[in-house]
Design a protein around this ligand. Structure first.
Ligand code: ZN
Length: 161
């Protein structure tokens, strides 16, 4: 057990890992308490506007700033265009991807500054978030476009008049 004699760096790393793991568990518990996005036996297909039928529930792992969380959500399938979707994903702002809304911005900032492999390493080292270089690449802004939030980081604050 960590305690007497342990260096501050070791303690703070262990505390950060424990707190983020506890935060992810709490976030997952909160998400599981909420409804799973079931909106009746039929839902409007977001792709073609047709009638999609409820097709049971599906699990999904979403990577958040606190780590991975597992959710279960109602799943719908459209026979017209063969598109499957979970209304809950849109409700959560997770879309079709596996990243929480808080992560793409962080990932894009790192990916805009260095190689995707190095950005993945930076995110792991600085925030304890494990992502593949490919995931960082997908979240990075297109060449020539700044990452969302990037200008805000470089805006100098002016003193109030
Ligand atoms: Zn459809």
């Amino acid at each position: 057990m960590l305690g007497s004699g342990a260096a501050l760096g070791t303690l703070e790393s262990a505390m950060r890992a424990a707190l983020t793991a506890a935060g992810a568990a709490l976030l997952q518990a909160v998400l599981q308490e909420q409804d799973d996005g079931y909106c009746g036996p039929r839902a409007r297909c977001p792709r073609c506007g047709g009638h999609a039928a409820f097709a049971g529930t599906q699990g999904k792992t979403i990577t958040t700033v606190l780590g991975p969380v597992r959710i279960t959500r109602a799943w719908y399938h459209c026979a017209q265009c063969r598109h499957g979707f979970a209304p809950r994903d849109q409700q959560l702002g997770a879309g079709d991807g596996s990243l929480s809304p808080g992560l793409p911005e962080m990932t894009a900032l790192a990916g805009a500054e260095t190689s995707f492999a190095r950005a993945a390493g930076l995110l792991a080292g600085l925030a304890g978030i494990t992502l593949s270089p490919r995931t960082v690449e997908r979240a990075a802004p297109p060449p020539g476009r700044p990452a969302r939030g990037w200008p805000a980081l470089h805006t100098e604050r002016r003193p109030r008049a």
